[in-house]
Design a protein around this ligand. Structure first.
Ligand SMILES: Nc1ncnc2c1ncn2[C@@H]1O[C@H](COP(=O)(O)OP(=O)(O)OP(=O)(O)O)[C@@H](O)[C@H]1O
Length: 243
């Protein structure tokens, strides 16, 4: 890995394989030879993120943004190509990843923290700060399945923001939550970003979020990189393309 880099992605290809759905009649006849459909979500992409950088990812729906973040987080493995990270301390903040629905918010904090690589004691030491930031009142001791999507993302954001990993991957979470929490999370993100050792990758459809927070942007289009560069240049080109 080159000195000064936090993330290096080389010729990354990721495919989804799913069984092609056939009609009931066809399924009965073709029982033993059901077809596998292969979809190339990322078609050989390469880029680097410097340590301390805060890079945004844009692209229309289905362009491969979440797939890329999940691959960097180690949830998906590459079909070919490579992903190198300068630190093992990585967190992925994404709706739908992580919580045990039957457990309470408090219990999920312990679990998520330990999954991020912190010891139980380290998480307990930060528990009050996380709970205060999430500001969920009595819901913190209720099962997560009773949460609204905004409450869910408040908890997820608070855990990641307070526990502070070296590489933070944020998937479309900053735009959820009420106005007050949004303001507070922007402020917290800005604080986290100030640390030159922290590297952040944010997927967002919000121009405002990207302009406010990112130092550079990567534009994904149908599983390929269409453009990479400074935030304004890429956003202008992207907005023109999408208009
Ligand atoms: N589990 C899956 N099985 C099959 N195909 C999938 C799966 N997840 C995603 N895909 C496909 O891979 C492509 C990329 O999806 P991905 O979720 O990475 O896009 P995205 O850019 O994050 O989209 P969005 O902006 O809508 O969140 C899409 O065409 C999608 O249909």
């Amino acid at each position: 890995m080159k000195p000064g880099n936090a993330i290096e992605v080389k010729d990354l290809k990721i495919t989804y394989k799913c069984v092609k759905s056939l009609s009931m009649r066809k399924s009965l006849f073709h029982l033993r030879k059901s077809k596998l459909e292969v979809y190339e979500a990322l078609r050989g992409i390469s880029f680097e993120v410097k340590k301390g950088e805060i890079m945004g990812i844009v692209g229309k729906n289905g362009s491969g943004k979440s797939t890329l973040l999940r691959a960097i987080a180690g949830i998906f493995s590459a079909d070919s190509g490579s992903i190198e990270l300068e630190s093992d301390s990585v967190s992925l903040l994404s709706i739908g990843v992580g919580f045990q629905k039957k457990l309470s918010g408090r219990e999920n904090i312990i679990l998520s923290g330990m999954l991020l690589g912190f010891s139980e004691q380290e998480v307990r030491d930060k528990m009050d700060e996380i709970i205060e930031f999430a500001n969920l009142g009595k819901f913190i001791d209720m099962p997560v399945k009773t949460y609204s999507s905004g409450m869910y993302s408040k908890l997820a954001f608070s855990i990641t923001a307070v526990l502070e990993t070296d590489i933070m991957l944020i998937d479309e979470v900053l735009s959820v939550g009420d106005a007050k929490f949004k303001k507070k999370s922007y402020k917290k993100m800005q604080e986290l970003i100030m640390d030159e050792n922290r590297t952040v990758v944010i997927v967002s459809h919000s121009t405002e979020t990207l302009e406010k927070l990112c130092t550079s942007l990567l534009w994904l289009h149908e599983g390929e990189i269409k453009m990479q560069g400074d935030t304004k240049t890429v956003l202008d080109a992207y907005n023109e393309f999408m208009a």
